[in-house]
Design a protein around this ligand. Structure first.
Ligand code: R5P
Length: 299
């Protein structure tokens, strides 16, 4: 097998290569003067099982283009199989139409990846599991729940509740709740169409004097988490810890979270988190082992 990586998450690429005990494939990715992306795969891939790690972080469209070009190159170069290891699948939060003239971005991305030559996808905590069905190739949707549950147990909190910060996250919260043996609390979040601001309308369940563990797939602006923390504290939660798979942390989200009253925030390294955004309450958990296990199962 051969493991290659795009430019999005070099640290995770190194960790994954180490877990798999393989060198990272030699690959040069560059920009032509006109802005086009170019790739130069510098080793033989004929009849090889090829894996390409790329998280779709900023600049999202450039990173997407890298994987499309890579898949096309592998297809034309005669690779035995092409697997995309894409922990965060950008555009996945737009998996349905809210209005008649809306795109379904997640479906378009799945079509593009397949058209380019991707034959399998390994990802992490898809925003919605329905997105698996947008692909006609096998999708392994890994979960960070097990990793998070170990960390939560280590915190040693008493009277723990697993909190979904919105209705869409109920299943995710239930999965963590089962692992840490806790009841589930669900917040009803409202976000006006195309508006980054959210508000919590209703809270289902009791958090008074409880240790609340919010679980979410992604933190972007931080608005969802900050509103949830405020409501949980107001309703009497003793502590608020957070588990988030994808730490996008756009703009000043990290700084705002550091002042939000949260106790601990566990995130994975699916996203590269620059040191300026690694707040004191944050612990980054690596998914390298998880991805390596999944890759090995394909071989
Ligand atoms: C929403 O459905 C997601 O699960 C996240 O809760 C949301 O995307 C987080 O975004 P933000 O941090 O901007 O509130």
């Amino acid at each position: 097998m051969k493991l290659f990586a795009g430019r999005s998450n070099p640290e995770l690429a190194k960790r994954l290569a180490k877990e798999l005990s393989v060198p990272l494939g030699e690959l040069d990715i560059f920009q032509f003067p006109d802005g086009d992306t170019g790739i130069d795969v510098r080793e033989e891939i004929l009849h090889e099982e090829v894996f390409f790690l790329q998280t779709l972080s900023k600049p999202v469209n450039d990173h997407l283009m890298e994987i499309l070009l890579f898949a096309d190159a592998m297809k034309r170069g005669g690779a035995a199989s092409i697997t995309g290891v894409i922990p965060w699948l950008a555009y996945s939060r737009k998996e349905k139409r809210d209005h008649r003239r809306d795109p379904i971005s997640a479906k378009l991305i799945s079509d593009l990846l397949e058209m380019a030559g991707l034959q399998r996808l390994i990802t992490l905590d898809l925003h919605s599991i329905a997105i698996e069905g947008f692909f006609n190739v096998p999708v392994a949707n890994c979960s960070a729940a097990e990793l998070f549950s170990q960390k939560i147990k280590e915190l040693g909190r008493e009277s723990v509740v697993a909190v979904a910060p919105d209705m869409g996250g109920a299943k995710r919260a239930r999965q963590l709740a089962a692992l840490i043996d806790a009841p589930v609390v669900i917040l009803e979040k409202y976000r006006p169409p195309n508006d980054p601001d959210t508000e919590v309308l209703t809270i289902i369940g009791d958090v008074a004097d409880k240790a609340a563990i919010i679980v979410d797939d992604i933190v972007s602006t931080g608005g969802t988490l900050i509103n949830a923390i405020e409501v949980l504290k107001k309703k009497g939660a003793r502590t608020v810890d957070i588990c988030v798979s994808h730490a996008v942390l756009a703009g000043d989200a990290a700084e705002k979270l550091s002042r939000s009253g949260l106790d601990t925030i566990f995130v994975t390294d699916s996203f590269p988190v620059p040191s300026s955004k690694q707040i004191a309450q944050m612990e980054i958990i690596s998914i390298a082992k998880l991805l390596a296990r999944e890759i090995k199962s394909f071989l």
